[in-house]
Design a protein around this ligand. Structure first.
Ligand code: MOS
Length: 742
């Protein structure tokens, strides 16, 4: 059945509670089998020879020594036409034209991982080194070495609304600033990897992926085999942040080597390969000009943006928030990606949105200061209550005003702002920023609930649990609807061979799309059970109630334990199938959030310390308070990295990445994250979205975090830090400049 119009839960006993993950113990105990743990009999191990140059043409590949190395069973390179090496998106899999450090030149399968690595070291390659560009500024210069034949930057994509000249003419104040963000790496705890196994013409792949069905489709297409013969399994998955949404070359490599050798092949990347080859968040250069009237009315936004996307065409707009978050009649936007000779960008938690917030929310701060209005009040005045990108549709729900108001109250905004400290070597300030997230959602999920004769339940759905708690939340929905204890529910998911279909776990849409399908399946089971009870007890269905494993009539009698239903005993099992109904056609669905940050800046050392943060989020109904909190804490933590420490550094002399390790690429550790991270759920039950009342949380929890920190930095120092990350060296330089000018 579809999830159309079931009654809202009036009150819940399981959904919303802070329940631990149902698979938390096995994950912690090391019993959960991730792709890296998947070992098959006779399995070989793969390793890749990667181009060490930013830009080069492979002149000659000499495999003779490598072939003689112990344990080597297969080597594939561009020379192996007979192996049927496919194209991978826009280039050949082992294209002799290498456009970044880390491009695949040849791959080896050997008996052990160490033998595979050794054999790779025995491959000898001659290159013709070519000129390269390693920054978007250089790539845009006339005469810059071209990354692709089409040039380094396509024509900008314009967006216009209203009359931008009129908008600036009407403004009492105009501010203009160029913002810059850096390349961020995904750094999931589990590396990217696959184990591939052929059985005749059937291919089975264990893959560390967010989207098993996307991997299945990608492999079937590239290898020209029917979808029905490709099985992808992703039962446990150690994070992806967008870099594991679609097919990666390593998966194709594992499948090709397995086909060639007739043996299973495991290919899990090294940390260095993770840093170089499997994606990143593009850096942005954003020139944002904005106009405001004295009373706080916005009159104009003009944005010129470039995204540094690496060596292959990709896009990442940072305009969304500028267009949609606030009411502004006149908007002009021009954006274009810029290619450089470096690893390709890929979707990264709320693609484009933290960058958008970095520019917009600092600009909002500057405008508020110009007109002498409190930054929270200024935002409240301008929040758009309709969604412009969806032709001014109303939202199913918008909790952004509550995020601002309730968040400010809980953070103690006014008091904290009043005690900002600007004298002495260590100064202190607070900042605020808001954000939203936009969906690319396709409501396509199906779920199956099987109620067994002994009262245990199997839930089957396609969605991967990428560490967010999907399995737990879906089990809660079943437990809520059927009154079955959590411990009696088994969840099977993310296996294209045995589970239902779900779109990839990305776009923060899994809970929103899958939980109503799960609820619909459970409701179908429940109605079948009630029908059985009605026949057995001779009581009309409408008078029956299911609770605590019993079905009872009015006032509690007659009653029967579900497990004792003769219908169930005879049939042995009751199955319900649920599908997510379409989104409401006339409404837009968006989650929102506002973050508050307090920072200390040491003016002598340039260090910025986040003292405390608070995140107020509107993601619709809270499904599990514990996993909810974890998502938001993770969002703030990643935001601290964006604002203060994370940056891919390329050496300008060689174009090579100099910090492809966890020592030099700095993600926040426990030492960098304040103990005071507070989560304030705004908990509207959005019954227009779906039957579970919930929107999405993962990505929106990151969007405003870094901008709030940047605004706090300004409040503390009186100096605007426009470039992320705000490093100690950049702080010293900014303060010196300000001193000279002041
Ligand atoms: Mo997300 S960047 O859709 O995993």
């Amino acid at each position: 059945m579809l999830d159309t119009n079931p009654k809202p839960w009036t009150e819940t006993t399981v959904v919303g509670k802070p329940l631990p993950k149902i698979d938390g113990r096995e994950r912690l105990a090391g019993e959960a089998k991730y792709t890296l743990d998947q070992n098959l009999p006779d399995m070989l191990y793969a390793a890749t020879f990667r181009c060490p140059h930013a830009h080069a043409r492979v002149v000659k590949v000499d495999l003779s020594r490598a072939k003689e190395m112990p344990g080597v069973r297969a080597i594939l390179s561009d020379a192996d036409k007979e192996a049927g090496i496919p194209w991978f998106r826009t280039s050949r899999l082992f294209d002799p034209h290498c456009r970044y450090e880390g491009e695949e030149v040849a791959v080896v399968a050997a008996e052990t991982q160490q033998q595979a690595w050794d054999a790779v070291r025995a491959i000898q390659v001659q290159y013709e080194k070519l000129p390269f560009v390693s920054s978007m500024e250089d790539a845009l210069k006339p005469g810059a070495p071209p990354v692709q034949e089409s040039g380094n930057s396509p024509r900008p994509n314009p967006y216009n609304r209203g009359d931008i000249a009129k908008g600036f003419a009407e403004a009492d104040f105009v501010v203009e600033q160029t913002y810059r963000t850096s390349i961020e790496l995904h750094t999931p705890i589990e590396v990217h990897g696959s184990v591939a196994h052929w059985d005749g013409d059937h291919l089975t792949v264990w893959d560390s992926t967010q989207g098993p069905f996307s991997i299945q489709a990608g492999l079937a297409g590239l290898l020209h085999i029917p979808l029905s013969k490709v099985r992808v399994i992703a039962r446990y998955m150690g994070g992806g942040f967008g870099s594991k949404l679609d097919l990666g070359k390593y998966t194709v490599i594992a499948a090709l080597l397995a086909r060639k050798t007739g043996r299973p092949v495991k290919y899990c990347l090294s940390r260095e390969e993770e840093f170089l080859c499997v994606g990143n968040r593009p850096a942005h250069m954003l020139r944002l000009k904005a106009g405001v009237k004295k009373d706080g009315t916005l009159t104009a936004f003009e944005l010129h943006g470039n995204a540094e996307v690496g060596a292959y065409p990709a896009g990442d707009s940072a305009a969304y928030l500028v267009r949609e978050l606030y009411t502004c009649p006149n908007v002009k936007i021009e954006e274009a990606p810029v290619m450089i000779h470096a690893g390709q960008s890929r979707a990264f938690r709320a693609p484009g949105f933290p960058q958008s917030a970095w520019a917009l929310e600092q600009t909002m701060d500057a405008l508020a200061e110009k007109i002498g209005m409190d930054p929270v009040e200024f935002r409240l005045k301008n929040v758009s209550m309709v969604c412009g990108v969806d032709s001014n549709k109303p939202y199913t729900s918008i909790g952004l005003p509550e995020c601002l108001r309730e968040g400010a109250k809980a953070f103690g905004w006014s008091e904290a702002r009043a005690r900002a400290k600007s004298d002495g070597p260590i100064v202190r300030g607070v900042g605020v920023a808001s954000g939203m997230w936009g969906y690319l959602a396709r409501p396509s999920s199906t779920a199956v609930v099987r109620y067994n004769a002994d009262g245990s339940v199997n839930l089957n759905l396609g969605a991967a649990d990428i560490g967010t708690g999907t399995r737990t939340i879906m089990a809660q929905v079943v437990a809520e609807e059927l009154g079955v204890p959590m411990a009696r529910i088994e969840v099977e998911n993310a296996d294209t061979g045995t589970t239902q279909f779900s779109d990839g776990a990305g776009g923060s849409k899994t809970t929103m799309i899958d939980s109503p399908a799960v609820r619909a399946a459970a409701i179908e089971v429940k109605s079948r059970l009630l029908d059985m009870a009605a026949t057995q007890l001779k009581v009309p269905v409408a008078d029956l109630k299911l609770a605590n494993g019993e079905i009872s009539g009015p006032g509690g009698s007659p009653k029967v334990a579900v497990a004792q239903l003769s219908g169930l005993q005879m049939q042995r099992v009751v199955v319900g199938v649920g599908t997510r109904a379409p989104h409401p056609a006339d409404k837009a669905i968006r989650p929102f959030g506002t973050h508050f940050a307090e920072v200390e800046v040491n003016k002598r050392t340039g260090e910025v310390r986040v003292v405390r943060m608070l995140a107020a989020q509107d993601s619709g109904r809270v499904m599990n308070l514990m996993t909810y909190r974890n998502q938001v804490l993770g969002g703030m933590t990643q935001g601290i990295g964006f604002a203060l420490t994370e940056r891919r550094v390329l050496d300008s002399g060689t174009g090579k990445m100099v910090n492809d390790n966890f020592h030099d690429y700095k993600i926040p550790t426990a030492m960098d994250v304040p103990a005071q991270l507070e989560v304030l759920p705004i908990d509207p039950h959005d019954m227009e979205v779906n039957s579970t009342g919930t929107k999405g949380l993962g990505e929106p929890a990151l969007v405003p975090a870094a901008a709030a920190i940047a605004n706090a930095f300004y409040n503390a120092t009186g100096v605007r830090a426009t470039h992320a990350p705000i490093t100690p060296a950049s702080v010293i330089e900014l303060l010196n400049q300000a001193r000279k000018q002041g």
